[in-house]
Ligand binder design. Structure first.
Ligand SMILES: CC(C)(COP(=O)([O-])OP(=O)([O-])OC[C@H]1O[C@@H](n2cnc3c(N)ncnc32)[C@H](O)[C@@H]1OP(=O)([O-])[O-])[C@@H](O)C(=O)NCCC(=O)NCCSC(=O)C[C@@](C)(O)CC(=O)[O-]
Length: 310
């Protein structure tokens, strides 16, 4: 098997991981979480979203989080911060701050299923693309990179199984408006390796292998198997969430993303570099889990901490 030798992980914990938390998580905790992820070696972090606070109240402190993460203009930007943006209002809000508080990457997000699109962003897939068109143009004008998250590429909580053709259609729509990279998301965590490979193949018809990533929730415990199936296709970029935090407010029953700790253990065990210090990452997972009053979901974290105690 010809597998990539290096994998780039995007930790989406501060955004995807926390957006669904019922308890209010102070901006200071979110900022500290990002700082600790950086210190553990993460180079790509999804830090917040500029969505409507009526829809996702937990992300209402987006500007405060960006202010807390401000970097000087001369900062080499060795770490990239991504934010989700659903419309021009969100893009304007992200750009209203001084340059030092801008994100590096903007993520527009659409769904391969119509019903999920309506529930998540209150419009059809076609309408969402028209909303994103000026967002993409504005982001590119300002020198920001644009990624597209494609939800429900395998299954939808409202429509059931989703055909790969729908993923291909969405990837093409994203490509046509200038989105530079697409993430193939198994929002529900129902995918199994061959289904995930079909969804990825559909995206790969429109994007090169360096412009496609995987985003797997672990509801049915398949995320690591799906990662291996993706690596077999040459995919080398994945989202993951420290401590396995998260879930989408509009995908009831779906658990968090695959834990970053579990991904790092899998990858390092296969001789694939990530640049991440697993021990330090486990401590980050403990930090945020203590703040939330629960145990990290990661099995690797549990095993390593049990060994540490002796
Ligand atoms: C898209 C909308 C805004 C449409 O929502 P809408 O209600 O149709 O929008 P609207 O334009 O009619 O505006 C309604 C109100 O929201 C305000 N508003 C409008 N836009 C913004 C904004 N950007 N920032 C701040 N405020 C905003 C706007 O000003 C107005 O305020 P009012 O006049 O009533 O006081 C809404 O549905 C929304 O924000 N949805 C976000 C849902 C979300 O964040 N879901 C989770 C992220 S996706 C995800 O997790 C999946 C992913 C990416 O991880 C991959 C996967 O696993 O699938």
């Amino acid at each position: 098997m010809n597998l990539p030798t290096h994998v780039q992980l995007v930790d989406v914990g501060p955004r995807d991981g926390l957006q669904n938390e019922k308890q209010f998580v102070p901006a200071g905790v979110k900022i500290e979480l990002v700082r600790r992820l950086r210190a553990a070696g993460l180079k790509h972090i999804e830090v917040t979203s500029f969505v409507s606070p009526k829809w996702v109240p937990q992300m209402a402190d987006n500007a405060e989080v960006m202010r807390g993460l401000r970097r000087s203009i001369d900062d080499p930007r060795d770490v990239r911060y991504a934010v989700l943006v659903p419309n021009l209002q969100g893009m304007d809000a992200a750009l209203a701050a001084p340059r030092e508080e801008w994100p590096d990457d903007v993520v527009v997000f659409a769904s391969a299923s119509e019903a999920f699109s309506q529930k998540n962003i209150n419009c059809s897939i076609a309408e969402s693309i028209e909303r994103f068109r000026p967002v993409v143009a504005r982001a590119l004008e300002h020198g920001l990179a644009v990624r597209g998250a494609m939800s429900c590429t395998v299954g939808c909580p409202y429509e059931g199984e989703v055909a790969p053709e729908r993923v291909g259609m969405l990837a093409k729509l994203m490509k046509d408006i200038g989105v530079q990279h697409v993430g193939v998301a198994d929002t529900l965590g129902v995918g199994t390796p061959l289904k995930v490979q079909r969804a990825l193949d559909a995206a790969l018809r429109h994007y090169g292998v360096d412009q496609v990533s995987g985003h797997f929730h672990d509801t049915y415990g398949q995320a690591l198997a799906n990662t291996l199936a993706s690596l077999e296709l040459g995919i080398w970029q994945f989202d993951a969430s420290v401590a396995g935090l998260g879930g989408c407010p509009y995908a009831k029953g779906a658990t968090g993303n695959v834990a970053t700790e579990d991904m790092v253990y899998l990858l390092h065990g296969m001789g694939i570099e990530t640049g991440i210090d697993l021990d330090a990452l486990i401590d980050v997972g403990v930090y945020i889990s203590v703040a939330l009053g629960r145990e990290p979901v990661s099995r690797v974290s549990k095993a390593v901490r049990a060994k540490r105690v002796g």
